[in-house]
Design a protein around this ligand. Structure first.
Ligand code: OGA
Ligand code: NI
Length: 301
């Protein structure tokens, strides 16, 4: 199908095309707003020379992983201008003509660049209902892949992938310690030097009936830790103790969630977060996601 970017620009989308109608997996009350506070981790404290400060942030990190599977990372050291360049270049990608975008779609099952609309992953015909999103997805580690247009994209994504890999490693050291393990236990066991990193840019245009469609249905992520940035438009919902919460960001913070292999390696102590992306009828939402996982050959136990 044509991308949403193209459809939304070309037509009048006053109501929902039938095959996008989704019956939300749950309509339980959503809690949002300042009364709900998800954990915030000050990343700079992880490299503090003050042992008390470091011990405290490791404790907080463990609590965040155990009680929420989610936290906002602040003072993470990834430059603001790199993040805004990344948003700009991804926006430019989605803005390219359909044929230009699709030329990068490559059918190789692993290490591919995927450009799709309306599906979770690939073209699964059995998927129930379509999703209100376009996306671009590719591996950036251990092999680096990236569309060659816009031409600045690969430098920017490469730099972002280096920075996030470093961030993931340092967070996983803290998480290792929070589990009572050696600091480098997870990075060694998961062979992070050749760890996988998958980059996804999600594009969710405004939807005329946002409550009847979905951006991404409830799922958990593969990997150890997922990082997410959004363009100031909310839409991520996370599940905690059976309730759904709409996450409100703080400027500059990176959203971090626990993923499947962290659940396994922590013997179920740090559960993989259930989450979904919901829509709105006013603004386009873009999220940029990096899934950080073990090396492709690692057996996770
Ligand atoms: C994902 C994801 C949520 C969002 O890409 O795995 O959960 O808010 N995205 O876009
Ligand atoms: Ni996800």
């Amino acid at each position: 199908m044509a991308s949403f970017r193209t459809l939304v620009q070309s037509g009048d989308f006053r109501s929902l095309p039938f095959d996008f109608a989704h019956f939300k997996d749950t309509q339980e009350s959503i809690q949002t707003g300042p009364d709900v506070s998800v954990p915030v981790i000050d990343f700079s404290l992880l490299s503090s020379t003050n042992p008390d400060e470091r011990a405290k942030v490791i404790l907080d990190l463990g609590k965040a992983c155990e009680e929420w599977g989610f936290f906002l990372a602040v003072n993470h050291g990834i430059p603001e201008n790199l993040i805004s360049a990344l948003f700009n270049v991804c926006n430019e990608f989605f803005d390219m003509p359909e044929e230009d975008k699709l030329q990068f779609d490559n059918k190789h099952p692993l290490y591919s660049v995927t450009v799709r609309s309306g599906t979770i992953d690939g073209n699964d015909p059995n998927q129930q209902g379509k999703l209100w999103r376009d996306y671009l997805k590719f591996f950036v580690h251990p092999e680096f892949h990236c569309p060659t247009k816009p031409k600045e994209m690969s430098d920017i994504v490469l730099e972002y992938s280096r920075r996030t890999r470093d961030l993931a490693r340092k967070l996983l050291r803290g998480i290792s310690q929070s589990l009572g393990l050696e600091e480098d236990y997870i990075e060694k066991a998961m062979e992070l030097d050749s760890g996988t990193q998958i980059f996804t840019a999600n594009y969710y245009p405004p939807c005329p009936q946002p409550d009847s469609a979905i951006g991404l249905p409830t799922h958990t992520d593969p990997g150890l830790l997922t990082f997410l940035l959004q363009n100031g438009v909310e839409g991520l919902e996370i599940q905690n103790k059976g309730k759904w919460f709409r996450v409100t960001g703080i400027p500059g913070a990176i959203f971090v969630n626990t993923a499947d292999q962290l659940e396994i390696i922590s013997n179920g102590k740090y559960k993989s977060l259930c989450h979904r992306a919901v829509l709105n009828n006013k603004k386009t939402r873009i999220s940029l996601v990096v899934a950080n996982g073990p090396s492709p050959d690692t057996i996770v136990t």
